[in-house]
Every structure is written in C-alpha cells, then in structure tokens.
Design a protein around this ligand. Structure first.
Ligand code: BGC
Length: 756
C-alpha cells in the first residue's frame, strides 16, 4: 500500500523526468494505483471506489464488485442522499467516507457519480442523485467538498452523457449541444467550479460519435478551457480506446494498468512526431500535482475510524433519505403499542446497496424487523416473509403468502416490505421494465384484503410503478439506504425522525409515459436523446401528463405554510429569493423549499418550469424560518449553439416557489435584464434579421435607399420589398438586388457585425 509521509511534499518536477518516465505516469501501475518513479522519488497514488463507501480490495482485484473488500461503512447510495436535498448532510457523509479513505492510505475516492437519471431503466440509477442538473450539481459539489476536506481527492464521474448501462463501452450518446450543455454537463460544471475536484473520471461511451476518453471538445475545450478545471482526468476502468488520441484530447491517466503497453505507444508517438512532447509534459505536470496533493493530504484523518460513530452518520443520513409518499388518515407514525405484522424478506435481509463497482463490505448491518421491535417490543412485531426474493417456487410462495395474510389479519397494522432484487438492478445492465414482481403485488393485494391498515415500505434503487398507490393508505419510499437503513426505516415509521426527504426523480404512472421511452435502447450503436431538454419533470410538465408522484414531492408528519416570496438581484447579478415558512403542525420538521423559473415568450424552446435553487431548514412547531435561495444568473442562461455561447435572455420571468414541482405555493413575476447579444449577420441570415440588426440594419437601409421617413418608418419602396422578401437569406437576396448589394458592398456590412 502507498505510504505518504504526512503533510510532506517532495520537490519533483516534469523537467527532471525522461520521456519514458513521463509516459509511465499516464497509466496505472496496478488495478488500483498509479506508477511510482523511484529514481525521482515519486510515489504511487492509491485509488478506490466510491461513491457510498470505501471499496478497498486487499486480495483479488476487480471493478465489478465481485471480490471481497475490506470492511467499511456503507452510507446510503446516491438515490437516497439525492432525496435528502441536503447539502450539509451529503458533505458530512463525504467527510466520513474521506476519513475512512485517508486512514486506509487511499489518495483518491472514485465518486461521486452525478450522471442525470434520463430513464428509470438505467441499471445504475441508484448511484446517481437526480433527474435534475441543479440537484445533481449541488449535491455532487457537497460530496466532493466533504471527501476532499479529509485531504483525499474525489473523482466526479462519469463524464459525460453516460445514462445507461447496456453497451456502455461502445454506444454513442447522440445528444444535441443544447441539452448536452444545459442538462447533462451542467452538474459537472457546478461541481468543477464550486468544489474543484482533484480528478474527473471520463465515461466509457462515445458522445456524438467520439469516445469520451478521446474527446478534445469535452476534456479540453469544455472542461479545462471553459470551466477552468486544473486537475487530472482519469479514465473509467477500461474506457481507453486510442491512448495517443486520448492523451492529445486531455485524458491524463489510463486505468487500470496496461502492462506499460500504452505508455510505449505514447513514447513512440512523441518520438515519431505525432504528438508534441509539450502535451505529454502538461499531462505529467497534472499527474505530479495530484501526487503532491495526495502527499500533502496524507494522514489528515487518524485511525482507526470510530465504527459506531460512522454507523450513526449512516443512520442519520438514511433516515433523512426516506421519502414519505403517502400518509392518509395519519397512518404514520405508528403508535408503539400497536401490534404490527412485518411482512416481506427485505425487512429481515435488507437490500441496502446495488451491484457493481460501488459494492461495499459493511461494518454492521441493521435490519428493520429488529429495529421495529426496539419500538414495538419483542412481542409487538411479528415477522412473516410472504414471498421468496430470488427463487420462483410457486407452491412455497403460496404457503408464505397464506402465512403472511393470516398474520396481517390478526394485527392492528401490516407493514409490507416490497422492492427490487439484486438481480433487477445493477451496474453493467439496464432494467427492461419498472414493475415489482407479480408475486409481491399479489401478496400486497391479499394482505390489503384482510387488513386495510397496510403500509408499504419500498426498497429499490430506482423508481418502480405503484399500481396500488390509491389502495394503500401509506407508502414509504425507502430506496437503498446503506448499512443502517433498517434502523432508519423504524425511526421514520415510529416518528423518532420526522421524514423530510423529497423525490429527486419523478415516479411515473407508466414507463410508456416517460421521456426516453422510445429512445432508451441502443439502436445500431446509437442512443438518440430525442427528448432533448425535456428530461424528468420537464417532460411530464410540458406534456401535461399525470404522474404517480411528482419531482420534489415528499410528506412530513407536520405541515408548513408558505408566506409570499420576494426576489431581488444581488450585487453579483444572481437573484435571491426569500420566503418565510411556518411550521403549522405539532412536530419539529425539516422542509425543502424549491424555486422554479420559466420565461413565457422566450425566443427559444424552454420547459414549463426548471428548478434553479432550493434550501432545507428545520423548523419547530409554531416557528417560522426565512429561506434564502440564490438563483444563479448563470443557471438562467440557455446555450445558443449557433453563437456558441450562453445567453441570459432579458424579460419577465416567472419565479415559482413550491413544496414540489406540482405543489407551487406562489409565483411572482420577475423582470430581468438580458445579456447584450447581437448575433453576427451572415449570408444565411434572413433579410429581416439583417434589417433588425443595430449596425447592419441602417447600413443596408442606406444602400438600398430604405431610410426611414422623418415621421416614422417608410412604408414605400424597399420596405415593401423587405416585407415580401424578408425570409430571403441575405446572400440570395443580394444576387437579386444586383449592383446595390454587390460583394464589395455587402461583405463589409457583414464583417462589421462580427466585431464584439
Ligand atoms: C465503473 C466506475 C468505477 C470503476 C472502478 C467502472 O466499472 O464504471 O464507476 O469507479 O469501474 O471500479
């Protein structure tokens, strides 16, 4: 294992290294480490997964979660943490994970994952936060800051447009630049700018035909030149296709080890004059800077870590990740003296994480049935499995169902644990449907028939259809919650914790309603992002579709009343939205307040509402809290692909403040000045566009003798022509106009519009 002396940084520099030594830095020395250069005193750096617990392998090594790793705390996966909407909580989890990594001698943690949940079918959704870029970016930045607060680097992944698992090593995400920038890259931008991750992990897939690992537009132009990223780009494990092209594109570190073969390719490319050595020098420089950071941070956390204290962090985080979807007649919280039938194998053997590279080996494991008994007493809660999780033995399932039903009939309340299995969702493959197994639905119906006081608790890493939602009085979305999930569920069921989480992804009524339904599959190597900007709630709102539960939804055991919001532009040009919220119920509770914006009459296509800011605070009964949420001006900008720049349109925006995307409590108009932007005129611009241009317009009028009459615009002559021929591209109009718009006249007019 790597040894770095605490806090010391050695003085090594690229100038001291041979060509071969520099090239040797650009690929792994083993499955999990970089190469050392002993002669120059450069140590190796150890990397380990990530993102919701440390996966450090001491024996055989793999990136599939197959071989055992050392015990580490399993915190809630991102599907849970995303629902917390709580940046402080995510920071705290990151810091605890970072401390475990630091103690283990790990230099870089491979996480967080911040890809957008484009479809509920993505097998890896449990590792991602949200369908929304602001939630993903804000929580991703908090996670990175937390990890890096411990002197350990984070690796924000998977950059970019990696939104499905099937065929991820070859497929090309075909996505127009505007949604690519506004939806899929935006969270990465926020993380890079706000949290300065030490590394970014490029994804396996191609983007519009070109592999992420050899994409100069992505890895250099956008990431480094536009966003100012100064760290290392590391490949996903096995993502490199052409090593030399990758180097030239800005891909610094190939992982895992390739036996030095690709280092030799780099040496040959430099010697052969195919790549300038300065490009290798820049990469080597960045890699040495990473080594220095790791050295400087080494020993930040003293070990061994406090297993109980970290378990408690995991428990707190899990409880704050649980979404109370429905709670009719105040079914919840449960009274400790109610007799409870606890049904379903997940109550005894929790599903707490997903399969693949993020799979940790937890230090402890809480299960819900034991935790429920701590509240209800040993005899107050009785367990029945009700069904077999993985096996399909119809007779045995029928026996288990009959047992569970008779138990449910004899108790005050039935709590039925349903969910997805390990086989249903994992890294490496996608789901084909969003349904719970029919035997689970059958069991629930049978239990409901004998006991209407039935509560459903869900264990799933990505949304499932809820065909029973109108028939059961209470539904608890408990996702995958890490090693303390069992206790956290009991904490929420018994009201020790008042639920505060809200959905960071829409639960649709049917898969067929969802945005990527027709274009999720890889078709001849291509994944067409045909829904464009309309991802998640942006789609359901634009189409006016009913959903099972909307983005941002989540109930509490208390109630909140929202005051009238006010908005004001700050000195930096952002907009602060303030709203006072009062806890009108009887329990202390935490509320997540959301700010959505829209611009009616925008000159470009826009979703009906887009989340731009949110905040969370705890409020005691009868008290009020003023939430201040900053809408970043940059987040109001749209990407103008023709002009290749971000533009904030001026106009009368609508700012909506709500408890969910479909529970808007008030909306206020807000006038905002736009960016000064005059697109350059070209021969492809229409005559009407050219005439409307502030400098080209008057110049054209003058050469075409279209000056305005003193009392107002002239209606005669050339203006009439403009009315009729306004749609003509300028170049073609010029041909018809002949001498008056010959190239010597038109070209300078066009050129003048390019300045500034
Ligand atoms: C995953 C990454 C992971 C890496 C190393 C890859 O298969 O996509 O998220 O960090 O393996 O385990």
């Amino acid at each position: 294992m790597t040894q770095h002396s605490a806090g010391a940084t050695a003085a090594f520099s690229v100038a001291d290294l041979t060509l071969e030594e520099k090239a040797s830095l650009t690929s792994g020395g083993s499955f999990w480490s970089t190469k050392s250069v002993a002669r120059a005193g450069i140590p190796e750096v150890l990397l380990a997964d990530g993102p919701h617990g440390l996966r450090l392998q001491a024996g055989s090594e793999d990136n599939l979660g197959l071989a055992e790793s050392l015990p580490a705390t399993c915190y809630p996966p991102a599907v849970g943490l995303g629902s917390s909407w709580d940046v402080d909580l995510v920071h705290a989890v990151g810091a605890a994970l970072g401390a475990e990594a630091s103690i283990a001698g790990v230099g870089v943690v491979l996480g967080p994952g911040i890809n957008i949940k484009r479809s509920a079918l993505c097998g890896r959704n449990f590792e991602y936060f949200s369908e929304d870029p602001v939630v993903s970016g804000a929580l991703g930045a908090a996670s990175v800051r937390g990890i890096q607060s411990q002197g350990v680097g984070a690796s924000v992944k998977h950059f970019a447009a990696n939104n499905k698992e099937d065929d991820r090593l070859r497929s090309s995400s075909e996505v127009a630049e505007r949604p690519l920038r506004e939806i899929y890259l935006r969270p990465f931008h926020r993380v890079v700018v706000d949290a300065e991750p030490w590394t970014v992990m490029c994804s396996y897939n191609r983007i519009n035909g070109l592999y992420a690992s050899e994409n100069p537009w992505l890895l250099t132009q956008v990431l480094r030149d536009d966003w100012g990223f100064g760290g290392v780009v590391v490949s996903d494990w096995g993502a490199v296709n052409d090593r030399v092209a990758g180097l030239a594109a800005g891909m610094d570190l190939e992982m895992p080890a390739t036996g030095g073969h690709t280092d030799a390719e780099i040496v040959a490319a430099v010697r052969g004059g195919f790549v300038d050595e300065s490009i290798l020098d820049r990469t080597a420089d960045r890699l040495l800077e990473l080594v220095r950071k790791v050295q400087a941070g080494a020993g930040s956390a003293a070990g061994p870590f406090d297993v109980k204290a970290h378990h408690d962090i995991a428990r707190d985080a899990a409880a704050r990740s649980i979404v109370l979807l429905k709670n009719d007649d105040r079914m919840l919280p449960l009274a400790p003296n109610a007799s409870v039938a606890v049904i379903g194998p997940f109550a005894q053997t929790p599903r707490f994480q997903g399969g693949g590279s993020s799979k940790t080996n937890p230090t402890r494991m809480d299960n819900a049935i034991d935790a429920i008994r701590e509240h209800a007493g040993e005899s107050g809660a009785t367990f029945a499995a009700g069904f077999l999780v993985e096996d399909d033995d119809t007779d045995r399932d029928a026996e288990l169902r009959a047992e569970a039903v008779s138990l449910a009939a004899s108790k005050d309340v039935a709590v039925v644990f349903l969910g997805l299995t390990d086989a249903d969702e994992s890294e490496g493959y996608d789901r084909t449907h969003i349904d719970l197994s029919s035997k689970q639905l059958q069991l629930l119906d049978a239990v409901l028939a004998v006991n209407p006081r039935t509560i459903v608790v869900l264990s799933n890493g990505s949304v499932v259809a809820l065909p029973f939602k109108d028939r059961v009085p209470a539904i608890v979305e408990a996702w995958l919650l890490g090693q303390a999930g069992g206790s956290a569920i009991a904490d929420v069921l018994y009201g020790v914790v008042n639920p505060s989480a809200k959905l960071a992804e829409t639960i649709p009524l049917r898969l067929q309603d969802s945005p990527a339904y027709l274009d999720f599959d890889v078709d001849n190597g291509l994944i067409r992002y045909s829904e464009g900007l309309f991802v998640g709630y942006r789609w359901y709102d634009a189409r006016g579709l009913d959903v099972a539960y909307p983005f941002g939804h989540g109930l509490s055991y208390t109630s909140f009343e929202y005051g009238q919001p006010v908005a004001a532009v700050t000195a930096s040009g952002d907009v602060d939205v303030r709203v006072t919220v009062t806890n009108t119920g009887e329990r202390t509770g935490r509320e997540v307040v959301q700010v959505y914006t829209s611009l009616p009459g925008s000159s470009v296509q826009r979703p009906p509402r887009e989340l731009k800011a949110f905040a969370i605070a705890e409020i005691s009964p009868g008290s009020s809290h003023e939430f201040v949420m900053t809408v970043r001006r940059a987040d109001l900008a749209y990407w103008n692909a023709a002009a290749q720049r971000w533009i904030v349109e001026g106009g009368e925006y609508v700012f909506e403040v709500g408890a969910s995307s479909r529970d808007i409590r008030s909306s206020i108009p807000f006038a905002l000045d736009g960016d000064s932007f005059e697109p350059a005129i070209t021969r492809e611009s229409t005559l009407a566009e050219a005439l409307a241009h502030p400098t080209a317009g008057p110049a054209l009028r003058s050469v075409l003798a279209m000056e305005e009459a003193p009392g107002g615009p002239s209606m005669g002559g050339a203006d009439q022509i403009a009315g009729i021929m306004g749609d003509f591209p300028l170049g073609r109009f010029a041909r018809i106009a002949g001498e008056s718009l010959k190239p010597e006249v038109l070209d300078p007019i066009i050129d003048s519009t390019r300045a500034g």
